[in-house]
Design a protein around this ligand. Structure first.
Ligand code: HEM
Ligand SMILES: *[C@@H]1O[C@H](CO)[C@@H](O)[C@H](O)[C@H]1NC(C)=O
Length: 314
């Protein structure tokens, strides 16, 4: 397989063929990538298992590299180019370009390709600058005359290219439309699209779009359950399970949303059983200072004053 591709590529471009290999970056994304050793440049792409219109791409190179670029069609002319460099804010400035001759490629302005940078927080560090991006519809582009160029994203193989300058920075690094000097390194290579596909693509994509992980909250309520019945006695025992809320209210907004999930504890007792008898049985209290109960003695007995504080049914 690889021999055949190398032969096809060499025959098609008359450049000694380089073939992509697996490369895993610091975020755990595995690409099919090409390495240009002397400039320290690596360019790779990762595809979903069933590619339709997008891939994750990455170009990383030494901090000294003035600019670096990619051709999504292999050659410089009439192919969608990505050209980028670091700016003074330690961001990677990048634009699509399209050249119709071997001169400075102007910005590509036709609709279609979209590039969403991801992991921008790690784009420039002390030794490297890196552009990681989700590229949508980067496999087809319109030329100035309206002719569409494309490669088959779902195919097994594509020819791509890279170029850059190991030192010369763009005329104005703060301006995405800036001119760049002609590359002092460039090449074309075979991208093994079939090996760039991964079942993990959606996981990588979701993690990248989620951004940096949030700090862990100091405490979290996982669940609060409360049960209400219409019986007065069981309500008392259920309410004792809620006190943990007091300690968790201190822990940041996520807790607030958790608290909203407490089922409303609104008992609706239909009848309160009357536990207070209307009549006092024999020997029961039926009066006296401070006594608030019933005063009617059961039949066969009568309320008798024993002292001013205690009247009893006798
Ligand atoms: C800035 C002015 C530029 C000039 C004057 C220029 C000129 C050239 C020339 C003359 C070649 C053929 C070299 C050879 O066969 O010996 C070439 C190749 C190439 N250039 Fe550029 N280039 C420029 C910018 C760029 C940029 C920004 C890219 C971005 C990716 C790029 C990508 C390539 C690639 C991939 C090749 C190899 C494939 C091919 O020959 O078409 N070039 N360039
Ligand atoms: C700087 O970035 C490069 C390319 O992404 C990476 O290989 C390297 O580990 C990074 N260095 C540090 C100190 O994070």
């Amino acid at each position: 397989m690889k021999l055949t591709i190398a032969f096809v590529l060499a025959a098609a471009t008359a450049i000694s063929a380089q073939i992509s290999e697996a490369y895993t970056d610091q975020h755990g994304i595995t690409y099919q990538a090409i390495t240009h050793e002397s400039s320290g440049t690596i360019f790779g792409i990762a595809l979903p298992e069933n590619p339709t219109d997008e891939f994750i791409g990455q170009i990383t190179t030494r901090l000294e590299t003035g600019w670096a670029g990619v051709s999504f069609g292999g050659g410089m002319i009439n192919n969608l180019l990505w050209v980028g460099w670091p700016n003074s804010a330690k961001e990677v400035v990048g634009t699509f370009r399209l050249a119709d001759s071997y001169t400075v490629p102007p910005p590509f302005t036709a609709p279609g390709p979209e590039m969403t940078p991801i992991y921008t927080d790690t784009a420039v560090n002390d030794t490297h600058w890196t552009h990681t991006f989700i590229c949508k519809n980067c496999h087809k582009w319109l030329l100035a005359d309206g002719y569409e160029q494309s490669f088959d994203l779902a195919g097994d193989f594509a020819v791509m290219g890279y170029a850059g300058h190991t030192e010369a920075i763009p005329d104005d690094p703060e301006d995405p439309t800036s001119d760049v000097q002609q590359h002092n390194f460039f090449g074309q290579f075979g991208m093994i699209l079939s090996d760039a596909r991964s079942a993990e693509y959606e996981t990588w994509r979701a993690a990248a779009l989620a951004g940096p992980a949030e700090p862990e909250p100091t405490s979290t309520v996982t669940s609060v359950t409360a049960t209400a019945t219409s019986s007065l006695t069981s309500i008392t025992s259920t309410i004792t399970s809620i006190p943990s809320i007091t300690s968790t209210v201190t822990s940041i907004p996520s807790v607030t949303s958790t608290i909203t999930s407490i089922p409303s504890v609104t008992p609706t007792p239909t009848t309160i059983p009357s536990q207070i008898p209307e009549t006092v049985p024999r020997w029961g209290q039926c009066g006296g200072i401070g006594y608030k109960g019933p005063k009617n003695c059961a039949s066969g007995s009568r309320c008798t004053t024993l002292n001013s504080y205690y009247h009893q049914c006798l």
